[in-house]
Design a protein around this ligand. Sequence first.
Ligand SMILES: C[S@@+](CC[C@H](N)C(=O)[O-])C[C@H]1O[C@@H](n2cnc3c(N)ncnc32)[C@H](O)[C@@H]1O
Length: 390
Amino acid sequence: MTHASELPTPDTHALQHSQRLQDYIIDKIAVAGGAIPFHDFMQYALYAPQLGYYSAGAHKFGEGGDFITAPELSPLFAECLANQVQQVLKTLPDGIILEFGAGSGILAAELLLHLQALNSVPQEYWILEISPDLQQRQLKTLQQRVPDLVSRVRWLHELPSTPFKGVVLANEVLDAMPVQRFCVEAEQVLEYYVNFDGKAFVWEMRPAQDAALQSFGEQLRECVPTPYTTERNPYLNAWLQALSEPFQAGVILLIDYGFPAREYYHPQRDTGTLMCHYQHRAHTEPLILLGLQDITAHVDFTAVATAAEAANLEVAAYANQANFLLGCGLTEILLQHADKQEAREYIKLTQQTKILILPSEMGELFKVIALTRDWHEPLLGFVNDDRGRL
Ligand SMILES: C[S@@+](CC[C@H](N)C(=O)[O-])C[C@H]1O[C@@H](n2cnc3c(N)ncnc32)[C@H](O)[C@@H]1O
């Protein structure tokens, strides 16, 4: 973890961009007549049109960016996922793939390539991406990597209103949704608001107004010491409900870093899980580097399961990333590469494998949850189903 004072200084162009976003948020604070809740601040910092971290042109992913995700890290991730997707599409031959928040487009491109090799390319691959900048980047990646398959890809602006079947994917999307930040005190539940003091954004604590947050905080008080600061995703229920409506049959795979509620709201985790990423440095100060850094919170997978059940989806399986990828055939895939690749390339793949599956890297922190409708087969990636922990 890096201390905020040790972060690299942005260049002039980046600082000017950041200043424009700062002015935009100061206006929002003025319109609100005072401080705004942190989840609104996070929404603007990440998604303000043309200015937010995801909406504007910051590089974001990979070595030249701020952080690296599993599909960016290794082609093996998409190759494993393709096996799981193929299992579903075989049973639902007219099924489509819907990917939320497709980032640079690398997962879409590689999935399509592997599904082609497995004779299972879906008629359509839909991408629902809220960042226009990333939509452009995804199109470019797909045109370069899978020119003969790009015609199957369609960008949606909202969820379809007509029913569809197939596979829904969201890798590291839930952690990029704005969260409420709050503090459970002995007598009250306080919500973190953000104000501007003339020089910088500053925290302001106010009694929680949102009834759901208030009641969540009060229940939490039974199990944690006070004061206890943490987060909660207020958009999860509505998001899963909206997705559930047109989803007729198939499997929704949500992949992200996080824990079941018991571990998430652990008594010792009393400063929450809020994390910022800037040029591959992780730190905990979301009120600086506006528009230049990612802001995330870990995912409470118990809340995901509860929201899924409320939306009439079945919580079919849950596993950590290591078990999921091994279930999808990671070892066999790696062995096939050993025969095909040059030694140097193969060594690279083995190093990437370690990062994907070691418990000290991504293997344990990242989880995969499978939500289904009208689906009755055991899923390939979940031989070691761990729903009992949710
Ligand atoms: C951390 S990035 C992950 C990108 C990619 N899935 C990957 O693994 O490399 C988060 C992505 O989710 C998108 N996003 C965030 N909230 C979203 C939502 N509600 N619907 C669709 N996309 C969303 C962002 O614009 C961005 O593309």
